[in-house]
Write a protein that binds this ligand. Structure first.
Ligand code: G6P
Length: 367
């Protein structure tokens, strides 16, 4: 069927704005909001009986997987091995028949991810495919389809598929925690309630577009940008850098904030803005000291935080984007939005082809 841009300039913009709705749709597939439980999906394996989860994917889908590692390990005490699919398929990691493997892909056709899936099938593992296209090859070749209900995604740079992947994986981590007994009934209920709040917060964040557009205007004058974050905001920092370089062609890197001193600090000066993704979480203070290191070297900081974070950081920033105070489990879903909007508006200011950036394809079906 036909998909059009509606009244938006680009598909990417339209898809960014669809997120509250598609996140809500996707979550409803995996959790029962009324009962406060994660749905007992018809899985071909038992979360309580596996020792490990192997995850592999490419690009933005890989970064969704990397965020989910924090969730599965934190909430379900389930170790996760995650690799980009092009490494996974060749690195000869030990695989066990008793473990499960998840493959994350918007298209369900990415060559390296598909090859990793077949590799795990050969090893006798149970296969779950987190895909947006239900008729895809990965969907067909998996034991269970774990759909993202994002609807067709046209923009080459993934946005709504990413936050829907996160919604699926967060729900599954809660499911795994319930199954493995690492979450009490009360904890499960609380997490499900927190997940249910994601669409509303996403809506609030979209209203910051005016401010984010102004920051993007500024950002478009630089040729290098560094993104920093800790915990789930570390993969999100990499996602921010990926989005920016993909569509605006500005060189960007995403780093774990704690690694700043092991390399990127050498690059800090007034010509490299540093985007710090730091909600007021358990390690917020650590990130504040990284910001101090940046500020002391004349680095310009764009801080993405919440009201508590803004109040408690004494570091001078060039700009501060204040998001609502959100529960920890949905924080990567909500913080993904300003990251996407920043890349989007920057690309618009640069005058690039936002939906069809040069040299990139929506789905890479060759190795
Ligand atoms: C390409 C796209 C990315 C996407 C990646 C993986 O590089 O440009 O947006 O994240 O492929 O695609 P998949 O369909 O497997 O999620």
């Amino acid at each position: 069927f036909m998909v059009d841009k509606g009244n938006r300039r680009h598909f990417m913009e339209k898809e960014i704005h669809e997120q509250p709705e598609v996140i809500s749709h996707t979550l409803a597939h995996y959790v029962d909001f009324v009962g406060g439980v994660s749905k007992p999906l018809d899985l071909p394996f038992d979360f309580a009986k596996i020792d490990r989860l192997a995850i592999s994917a490419c690009g933005t889908a890989y970064l969704a997987g990397l965020i989910s590692k924090y969730w599965f390990e934190r909430y379900a005490r389930l170790p996760v091995d995650i690799d980009v699919a092009s490494e996974f398929r060749y690195r000869e990691m030990p695989l066990s028949k008793n473990d499960a493997a998840f493959f994350i892909s918007q298209s369900g056709e990415t060559a390296d991810t598909l090859a990793s899936l077949r590799y795990c099938r050969k090893a006798g593992m149970k296969i779950g495919a987190v895909v947006n296209v239900r008729e895809s090859t990965m969907a067909r070749e998996s034991d269970v389809i774990l759909p993202t209900l994002a609807g067709p995604e046209i923009g080459v740079a993934s946005t709504k598929a990413f936050t829907c992947q996160l919604s699926v994986l967060a729900s599954l981590a809660v499911r795994a925690g319930a199954a493995r007994g690492t979450l009490s009934r009360e904890q499960e209920k609380k997490l499900v309630r927190e997940l249910s709040e994601a669409p509303r917060y996403a809506n609030q964040v979209l209203k910051l577009d005016g401010q984010i557009e102004q920051i993007a205007r500024e950002l478009s004058r630089y040729s290098d940008v560094l993104y920093l974050g800790r915990d789930t905001n570390f993969p999100l920092a990499m996602e921010g850098a990926l989005k920016l370089k993909e569509i605006s062609y500005i060189h960007a890197e995403g780093y774990a904030a704690g690694e700043l001193k092991h390399g990127p600090i050498a690059l800090i000066d007034e010509n490299m803005p540093v985007i710090v993704i730091a909600p007021h979480d358990r390690i917020f203070e650590k990130t504040v000291s990284n910001m101090q290191e940046v500020a002391a070297r004349g680095g310009k900081i764009i801080l993405i935080t919440d009201s508590r974070g803004a109040a408690q950081s004494s570091v001078k920033t060039m700009e501060t984007i204040i998001l609502p105070d959100v529960p920890e489990i949905i924080s990567p879903i909500i913080y993904a939005l300003p990251i996407q909007m920043l890349a989007y508006f920057t690309a618009v200011f640069m005058g690039t082809d936002v939906d069809q950036p040069r040299n990139l394809a929506k789905s890479v079906t060759v190795e």
